[in-house]
Ligand binder design. Sequence first.
Ligand code: ARG
Ligand code: ZN
Length: 875
Amino acid sequence: KTIFLKDYQVPDFLIEKTDLYFSLDEDKSVVTATLSLRRNPAATDQTAALVLHGQELVLLTVSIDGQALSDADYHCSSDSLTIQKVPDSFVLQCMTEIKPQENTSLEGLYKSNTMYCTQCEAEGFRKITYYLDRPDVMSVFTTTVEADKERYPVLLSNGNNVASGDKDNGRHWVKWDDPFKKPAYLFALVAGDLEYTEDHFTTQSGDDVTLRIFVEPKDLDKCAHAMSSLINSMRWDEDVYGREYDLSIFNIVAVDDFNMGAMENKSLNIFNTSCVLAKPETTTDAGFQRVEGVVAHEYFHNWSGNRVTCRDWFQLSLKEGFTVYRDAEFSADMGSRTVKRVEDVSLLRTVQFAEDGGPMAHPVRPESFMEISNFYTVTIYEKGAEVVRMIANLLGPEDFRKGTDLYFDRHDGQAVTCEDFVKAMEDAAGIDLTQFRRWYSQAGTPRVAVEGVYDAAAQSYSLTVEQHCPATPGQEQKQPFHIPMAMALLGQDGALPLHLDNTANAGLEMVVDITQARQTFVFNQVKEKPVPSLLRGFSAPVKLSFDYSRDDLLFLMSNDSDGFIRWDASQQLGVQVLNEMIAALQKGEEPTVDPRLITAYRSILQDESLDKAMVALMLKLPSEAYMTEISDDVDVHAIYNARTLARLTIAKQLEQELWQALRNNHCTEEYQPSALQIAQRSLKNTALAYLMLLDTQEALDAAVEQFDHANNMTDVLAAFNVILNSGFGMQKQRVLKLFYERWQHESLVVNQWFMAQAVCSVPGTLEHVKGLMSHPAFDLKNPNKVRALIGAFCGQNAVNFHQRDGAGYRFLADQIIALNSLNPQVASRLLGPLTKWKKYSEASRLLMKAELERIMAEPGLSSDVFEVVSKSLKA
Ligand code: ARG
Ligand code: ZN
């Protein structure tokens, strides 16, 4: 059941050509695959049987070189087709029957509403036909799709449209030819009654590319942002990486039912509607940014993923980590760089650090797995991106570009490994990344403890650094990491010149390479006792600790030139204040808010020089998720109560300043998802949320006014959320009803409506959520709906999910059991909150564990759910 990286072997056979014919029909579809196979000269066993992957297929006929095989010539199991004796080179033809209309796993070929579509990554192609469904088997594909012309006027696949025609029975067909070799996971097919918007892009070489976004007719008004994001991505990848698009057509299709965000199929990207559709009236600022980021991500995969792909799924981060790094830099260039960095670090520190500390911890390049779908994780994606970022910073922009050029050039058309990526970087830059490679093989978040000692007489400042990485499942002992720590020393009038170990002035900021378990860096000619500014820009994915006084943190908050450090200092101050309050609550004492926090927030609110988005971010106390991540014996209710009380106190004491922020940031221009407007709205809505805690009529009036009259979903939803979380019952009922009535025909807005209710912190939310499960708009088969209601309640509403009687846990386990047979990938992902059971205080812990055991006892568990539950119970 478990597959190991160390067991990797090259494939016994190669598939030169793949020709597919799909006949799509309402009761069943028939796939005819004609494969030109030959033995792989590099395989060790030159007499091996042919073993093809295949699942949930009905084999109709199979032939070799035109000769039908008899029953004795082959063997079918539930996941393979074996043919013992085959020539060294031959044409295999298989006809199989599938039922896309019954496929609720949303993997392979399935129906979303009235449209056929595919999702093949990672191992979905084997649900379409028998094949060598592994990424190191690359083939050129031709695909013919035949279907009823009236119901499915649009028939798409990868590459170029090379032929089409009508049949006499009301059916028609289109043939597609993809000239680039690709693994089966990049195959795609779409058939539906779709319309498109079109634009064009001229590459640096002067080639014209037709860009189309296919949607259901009602969504044609929501494609403009994705289109401009696509054009910006294409230009950016040329400018920054020298990467051009390589076909004359690039298609995007939006589908409602999709397990993930989107998929980079060659020239036919398929997107979750939530990651492609956007217009101001229905989409929040965050939604606009997500569309931009995901469009770029999938487009960038054309080089980092498709032209150069992965040898095996242990190398997944080769394409995902690198591509996330690329899309993050793109988004930073399009909007506010600091804000993007803060958002990404927040995600890493909450979700990824939690994964590193939990039962599913795995390295960026895992060594084993049961079900690869479980490894599309924040570790592979986001930590993988941090590892690439560290490489980019170690090399510097010029050498990093040389490195990526060499990587793309050397491995174009190949299926390669993370090691090949690192090697290209080393070769291009002439540096040694031997120790750095541990970031790929060792799981867990390194702890870095730093101590600073100032010697006034010697005018020296020494930083002693200790690193240590806790054990993770299967990895007891860790070797020291190579941790690049960007740093500066701040004096009262700004950064001090750095003379490390008596060397010449290294400037005002430098990167020190931490490579040992313990080491000391001595800076000379330090004229005053500095406040160190450590891990600037979050230069490595570690937990850094330094014993800052609250005054040091206040100093960093208002003086550091690094926006990330300013924000981080505000978070550290918030953590100290909240921890003090939590301790008081637990001792039954009256908690108080350190007045220095209030003073700091006041000066942030009044600081005209700060980016407004940064003001909004710095005014947010550490999230419940972050407070949970950094504590070992989590008391959910104490965290919630301390945070709520702190927020109320802030609102009371800064009421005037908050009103000012609310009034001064009312935007009257036409909606734009620009950094400037987004910043204004986020500050205004942060202020509104604080003010609503005061339960005043003025605050309610402001929220209601915004809900009723705002021209964009960001403001409408912000108002909706604060009203739902308030004590104003009548307004609550009114906006709940009004919002649904106004938006019931926009599925994505209905998702927001579900989510707002699911994350509501008022008591009784669990019963309310249960009620919503039978709302006509809810659909357990639609992953977006499941995530909006169940996922949001269990993952983002700690105080209600963890209600003391364990009813929240029971509810989640029930849903997982129901989803296990419908959609194992979604079921497995929902497990997240339960897998962290060991972190919680005893009463919760036992109740959570009992629910995991109940799931474990279910018959017919999918490999997806089985892997996560069994590892959670074992660890
Ligand atoms: N490669 C896609 C992306 O990151 C994600 C595909 C995920 N598929 C899955 N079965 N988990 O853009
Ligand atoms: Zn990706």
